[in-house]
Design a protein around this ligand. Structure first.
Ligand SMILES: [Fe+2]
Ligand SMILES: [Fe+2]
Length: 286
């Protein structure tokens, strides 16, 4: 069988576009019908992004990327080094008004901290998008950001731009098109292969150090079909269901903490140095 063609989707001008698209889609109080209208009117770049994502995220692609990245062979870095590395991602929208990647991370973590949540959750806020450094390893944007979903089983109707799965080669593999696909009913999300992206990668990097609640927030923060729409319960076990409330708690900060006030990274750095040292070794395998 020929390899899936993997084209680089550079049609989204910046990673921020995707986050903004999500914010718009999940604005408080929107109905399902309004989501659809919003999607239809979304910038063509967003539709093109999801077309590439849905056509290329096959089970074979995911297994290949998991093998490549989940062995953490990209070298050791401190959290600050990883954040500085992510900062080199050039955003080609207005550089004067847009926040850097580090400022975005800190906006999320500072909002969590202001609301008095536990320190490990503040840490999750800072870490959650560090996996976007996959772009700097040469991964296309459609393979780094976007909603995530299980592969190797039927695609839920709740996945945005569902129609683009029509051209995914897994469409032709009967076993992958059944409700449970290659999985046992209620096998638990830890046994499910998710479409590849920054969420799964950062969760894998942090697996040795953080508690389950934190790892669920990292691994599933873009799994909107599950945490927003209640899809895929047939693959979940009781642990997944009990973790859902933490994923939802985190999601509101991911969606709504973005503003235009620049956090003072330099001034906050000592506080974060202590936070990182409390949970993580100085250097981490990426
Ligand atoms: Fe994210
Ligand atoms: Fe985020």
């Amino acid at each position: 069988m020929p390899e899936t063609t993997v084209s680089t989707g550079q049609s989204l001008h910046s990673l921020e576009d995707w986050d903004e698209f999500l914010e718009g889609r999940y604005k408080e109080g929107r109905s399902q019908e309004q989501f659809r209208v919003y999607d239809a009117q979304a910038q063509p770049g967003v539709a093109e992004f999801y077309r590439l994502n849905h056509e290329n995220q096959t089970l074979a692609y995911v297994l290949r990327k998991e093998k490549e990245y989940f062995s953490l062979k990209k070298g050791k870095k401190t959290i600050w080094e990883a954040a500085e590395f992510l900062n080199t991602l050039v955003d080609d929208s207005d550089p004067d008004t847009d926040l850097t990647q580090i400022e975005h991370l800190m906006q999320t973590s500072e909002a969590i901290r202001r609301d008095g949540h536990p320190r490990w959750m503040v840490l999750v806020g800072f870490l959650h998008d560090l996996g976007k450094c996959l772009c700097l390893y040469g991964e296309p944007q459609w393979g780094v950001v976007g909603d995530t979903f299980p592969v190797g089983c039927a695609w839920s109707k709740d996945i945005v731009f569902h129609e683009y799965f029509a051209n995914n080669p897994d469409r032709n593999i009967a076993e992958y098109q059944t409700k449970h696909g290659i999985y046992e009913p209620n096998c638990g999300l830890q046994n499910v292969h998710m479409s590849f992206g920054h969420d799964g990668y950062i969760a894998e990097v942090m697996k040795p150090y953080l508690q389950d609640e934190a790892l669920y927030m990292l691994r599933f923060h873009s799994f909107y079909p599950w945490h927003r729409h209640g899809a895929y319960d047939h693959l979940c076990n009781d642990k997944d269901r009990s973790m859902l409330e933490w994923v939802l708690k985190f999601n509101q900060y991911d969606l709504y903490s973005k503003g235009h006030t620049r956090p003072d990274v330099k001034q906050l750095k000592p506080w974060y140095d202590e936070l990182f040292a409390e949970f993580l070794p100085a250097e981490i395998d990426w």
